[in-house]
Design a protein around this ligand. Sequence first.
Ligand SMILES: [Zn+2]
Length: 250
Amino acid sequence: MWGGYQPSLPKVHNDEKKKSMCSVMEVCHLRTGRWEQKPTTGNPPLGVRGYAAAAIGREIFYFGGYCNHPGCYHNSLYSFNVDTFNWKELSPTTSHHGPMMKNYCDMIAIKVNGEDYLVIIGGSGPSSNNTPKQPGAQYSFDILNQQCNDIHFYKLSTGQWISPTVTGDRPPPIDEFTLTSINNSSAILFGGDTANRDSNNVYILNFTDTSVNCSKLSNPGGSLSSLAGKQQAATAQEIHSVFFLCGFSF
Ligand SMILES: [Zn+2]
């Protein structure tokens, strides 16, 4: 477990104290339940709050996040190796290309035709001085931040950002939702915040190497009708079931 808000975290872009506080990983040994704090090497991401993470093999990937000082968001992609405990920057924060600088998006790993990709969906970030808008995506504005429904792939073998073709029932601009893999090329998106309204919609997303098809479940077995809109809920996937754990709603 890494990062997150803590009261003593410096409200700065980068300094020695922030780097030192962000250069530890909290490790839970599942067999004993014991927590251990282990030092990391290399430079940790600056987007320490509201980032997205996904694992492939022995690497955990971290995208984006809020920098803990006003107006500063990231679209950097880092990998963290669980054997060496070393951070590596794969794609730096930039306003020129890739997903916008944002927090509260989500990320999963997919594997199509033997290639690994990371998929980054939605989130919210500054409405000015950000990356060019993705064609076909929507953005909802408020005074400082915008929510988006853009979808980007990152192809691990080449380091390329890819804008897939999106078909079907595309979710609206959304943040603070959950995204959970079903298998190598599909995922389930639940809940979140859309234009200041909490959502309890469920979407199934199917991926190829160049496209995403979205289908919205109209009435998922009737059972989800009892769920209020949830932000920051959790979903966990088992072989034939998806579990929904309560978040909060306003
Ligand atoms: Zn910053």
